[in-house]
Design a protein around this ligand. Structure first.
Ligand code: PLP
Length: 417
């Protein structure tokens, strides 16, 4: 992302954040279309002519404008609910390029996906395979399915975002999957078209990706020996980004290594990146409401964004860089940057050296992925607005909620006569 100081003001994609914040109520998310497209291009340029499909992982940021940007750039989508499929359809996405992951697909969601002719279901258990077969049969259709293997590889990331370990709920165990592929051939309303796996998120080392790909490759060879050929291998997502100057794997290295492993096969390679496409393309803009210190000399910077707006710090102890929107003539102070929510876990960053004051803006970096999508109305706080910079102008892509939006159809009186 391009975020830099110019004449003591912080600019994001050449937009002066302080200036636009006179018009936009804080807190709000601001995204850069240019950065998203650059991120996408850094994958597509590496994939070149390879028979491949990028299925953007909708859960990372499901705003309709972001989805429509991907749709216009011909990506497919990785979804995990009927709601996400509805979003893809609304955004003009091609349902023929949708893969449906997730351990708890309901019969209604399966029916909805079948009606919309998705590319395939990423099947997460034996029970689900039989259930999809039954639902498809009842509709007189044949469901395209890919079986998700749990490669039992440690991705060396936060435990809450590992998905390919034997103790995780995802996928089918490596030891059982061959038999399931063989049994699936007997089912009349499913067609097994692929194999998929996804080992976790925010992965910063190449080795777990390579190890899992090699394991899946040997599984594919076993499938071939058993007369099972596939149309695609879906390698999931998970490529990490640099939140705190960590070294990351470049998309070039990642794509090259994986292509090398699967290059001798005819099938299509599907990728499901989320964070690496949108993570560094977003910031959260918030305002300082209060400054306080406690009896042991700890300083708190209380801002108007809380854990209901950005859950990653309390949920995963995630680090986000925090910057001042203006360089002001103040003493630098070490703060815990906290929100207004009544939870001790309500923090955005700990022990940050900042020069700021009440009423000044504070920018939380790299919040384009798993930011707004994880927000809630906890403490009856309306969800914040979302904006995008497109061709040098700022466009609203989701208005800030009003209190009436969050009351919904809640009833004022239970015992009306
Ligand atoms: N695919 C699946 C099945 C996922 O569960 C996820 C998220 O964890 C992703 C893709 C996207 O991962 P990331 O955002 O780390 O690229």
């Amino acid at each position: 992302m391009t975020i830099q100081y110019n004449n003591n003001s912080l600019y994001f994609d050449d937009i002066d954040i302080s200036k636009i914040s006179n018009e936009i109520k804080t807190p709000y998310y601001l995204y850069s279309e240019t950065t998203i497209l650059k991120n996408l291009e850094s994958y597509t340029s590496q994939l070149g002519e390879l028979n491949s499909l990028i299925c953007y992982s909708v859960k990372a940021n499901s705003n309709l404008s972001i989805l429509s940007l991907f749709a216009k750039n011909n990506t497919g989508f990785d979804i995990v609910s009927g709601g996400e499929l509805e979003r893809v359809i609304h955004a003009g996405g091609d349902t023929n390029k949708v893969v449906f992951s997730g351990v708890g697909k309901t019969d209604d969601e399966i029916r909805f996906a079948l009606k919309n002719n998705i590319l395939c279901f990423n099947v997460e258990s034996t029970g689900e395979l039989y259930r999809i077969n039954k639902v498809a049969e009842s509709m007189g259709l044949v469901a395209e399915v890919s079986l998700r293997v749990n490669p039992e590889i440690d991705p060396k990331t936060h435990p809450y975002i590992t998905t390919g370990l034997s103790e995780n709920k995802f996928g089918i165990s490596h030891d059982e999957i061959l038999q399931l592929f063989i049994s699936a051939k007997e089912l009349t309303s499913v067609n097994v078209c692929g194999i998929d796996y996804h080992i976790g998120s925010q992965i910063l080392e190449l080795k777990p990706f390579v190890d899992s790909a090699k394991k899946v490759k040997s599984l594919v060879d076993k499938l071939h020996q058993n007369g099972i050929t596939l149309n695609h291998v879906d390698i999931g997502g998970g490529l990490g980004i640099s939140y705190n100057n960590e070294a990351t794997i470049t998309r070039k290295e990642y794509v090259k290594e994986l292509i090398d492993i699967f290059k001798d096969y005819e099938f299509k390679i599907i990728l499901e990146p989320g964070r690496s496409l949108v993570g560094d393309a977003g910031i959260l803009v918030t305002k300082v409401v209060e400054i306080k210190s406690n009896s042991i000399g700890k300083n708190f910077l209380v801002v108007d964004a809380g854990m209901n707006d950005l859950l990653r710090p309390p949920l995963y102890n995630a680090y986000h860089d925090i910057l001042e929107s203006k360089v002001i003539n103040k003493k630098s102070v070490m703060y815990d940057v906290v929100g207004p929510i009544c939870e001790t876990a309500d923090f955005l960053g700990k022990e940050r050296q900042l020069k700021t004051d009440i009423g000044e803006l504070i920018i939380i970096k790299d919040t384009g992925a798993y930011g707004f999508v994880l927000s809630s109305n906890y403490n009856s706080r309306p969800k914040c607005g979302e904006y995008i910079i497109k061709n040098g102008t700022v466009k609203c892509i989701r208005s800030r909620e009003e209190l009436t939006d969050i009351f919904g159809d809640e009833k004022e009186h239970l015992n009306t006569t």
